[in-house]
Structures are given as C-alpha cells and as structure tokens.
Design a protein around this ligand. Sequence first.
Ligand code: HXC
Length: 303
Amino acid sequence: MAEASSRPLPGVVDDLRFAPHLLKDRVVLVTGGGSGLGRSMAYRFATLGAKVMVGSRKEENLRATCRSIEERGGEAHWKVADVKDPKACDALVEAAYEHFGKIDILINNSAGNFMARTEKLSENAYRSVVGTVLDGTFFMTQAAGKRWIAKKQKGNVLSIVATYAWTGAAHVVPSACAKAGVLALTRSLAVEWAKHGIRLNALAPGPVPTPGAWERLIANQNFEEAARQRIPLQRFGTHQEICDLATFLVSDTSSWITGQVVSSDGGEWLVGNTFQELRAMPAEFWEAMEEMRKPSSKGTPSH
Ligand code: HXC
C-alpha cells in the first residue's frame, strides 16, 4: 500500500492498535463491503496494507468504498453479487482471483434481517434472510475453499454471526436459524479443512449502530434505551471495537485459533439479547409495523 493520506475514512476512527503493515499484500474479500460493518472492516484491512475486494448488491456503495480506499493509496476492486445466488458467489471469488491473483481472507458479512411475527412470515421472507446469511456463507466459503485446496493455498474465513446463534431470539427467527447454521459450518469446516491450512472463525457483534441494522431492528427509542441498559457494559459497541477483533481473527496474531466464535457485545448475551423486549410488544405494535411496510408508509411505530 502506498503512503496513506492523513484523511480519515468515513465511519472509522483510525486509532490502530496493530502494526501498520499487519496485512500487507494480503487479499481480503468482504461480502456486504459497501456499507455498515463490512465497509468499516474493508477500510480497516486496507489501512493495514491489505488489497480489498468488496461485493454486494449495490454498485454505488461498492464504488464509494473502493474510491475511499484508493484515495488513501490503497488497492480495492468490486463486483456486484447477490450472495443468495451460488453462481454470483463463484463469480465474485473468481473476479478477486482474476484481479488480485489470489484471496487470503474471506469475510462473510452479508446479512439480511427484520423483526416480525414468525407466524406471519411469507416463504419469500424466510428464504430472503436464510438465503443471504446461510446459503450465501456456504457458497462463498465453498467457492473460496475449493480454489485454496486445488491451488494448495492457505486460507482464512471469518463469518459475522450474532450471539443469538446459540441462544435463539424471538421475532428474528430466520436470522437466528441462519446464524446458527453459519456457526455449525464454521466448526465443521474448521476440522475438515484444517489439513489444508484453512482456518475458519466467527465473530458475534452485539448491538453496534449502523444504518442498515438500526433502521430495521431497533423498534423505537424506548426499545433502544432498554437495549442499552441491559448491556452489562452499559453502552453499544463501536465499529472500531469490531474491526479490532476482526483484525485479530484474520491475521497471524490468531494463527492457532480455528472453529471458534468470539463475541464482542459488552457482555450482553449473558443476560439476554437485543430482541428480548419484543416479546412484550402487543399485537397493535406488530400490526403497525406490518402496515408501515406497505409502499405508501414510512418510519417505525412508537409504543
Ligand atoms: C416481514 C418482510 C419484511 C419485514 C421484507 N419482507 N421485509 N417480511 N417483515 N420487515 C419480505 C418481503 O415482503 C418479501 O416477501 C421478502 O421478505 C423479500 O423481500 P425483498 O424486499 O424483496 O427482499 P430483499 O430486497 O432481498 O431484502 C432483504 C431483506 C432486507 C432481508 C428483506 O431487510 C435487506 O436487504 N437487508 C439487508 C441489510 C440488513 O438487513 N442488515 C441488518 C443485518 S443485522 P414477499 O412474500 O412479500 O415476496 C443482523 C444481525 C443483527 O443480521 C444483530 C443485532 C444484535
């Protein structure tokens, strides 16, 4: 990576706790790298010397992420891909190989989620979340893994899950099922692919404000405050904290760690998860939520 300018990247405080060239010349592929935590991780890895490939459904977000990295002297490339589609996953991995010649690290970050009454979910709603989170992670991991094995290259996979992968969570059931599946995949392949020098770990962030997650998953201000109060460390997390942990898990600083999930959640899961309060919401709350999803309405209901 060329000399970085002093201009900070949006959404990231570059207060690095790591050696500045920790990921020098590594190629990292980040799904969902055009926004939210995925974008922050892409910036962080580039700041540490990595070449970054980002994929997601939205071209304008991907272009903006790459532009920010390049303006700082880093190297980045993008490809539009909907990870629900196995062919798109393979094409995304292939594009990284074509552009950079290799992939060292895969971040399975793409996600979809929404709060709902499970009995009201349509087949499409279920498939949209599970397709993105579980199928997407499987097909991305398989596409990278088969190339690593065939080319005798080492690999490292980090999948972003949620602490309800092991506790379950009311009203986000497709996401809970899918994240649990991702954890099973992580542990299974950590054993199966260890002989190929491939490590797989998972990172479970607690609530961290990002526009995507917050708009969809924080019902209203009371809910937000209750979520904050329940966290033993009494605050939400930051992108910096999640990026720090991700950096540790994808770099050689964690070289003997595989098949693990590490939470960064202020201790939240030990006392319940973010969606716990939703059990108390009356039918009118859900009816108002459902009403607002209709094309003519905007906002979230207060209760
Ligand atoms: C019920 C819903 C719904 C909702 C969509 N659907 N939103 N059903 N309640 N709130 C239904 C639609 O009606 C449709 O079914 C089906 O889902 C697919 O919807 P589309 O809008 O066509 O799908 P798509 O564009 O793929 O959107 C995917 C999405 C959306 C999951 C619905 O939310 C999304 O793109 N999310 C990406 C960003 C995101 O969710 N980030 C948060 C991740 S946070 P029908 O039957 O009508 O066709 C996370 C962990 C949080 O994962 C942990 C916090 C601690």
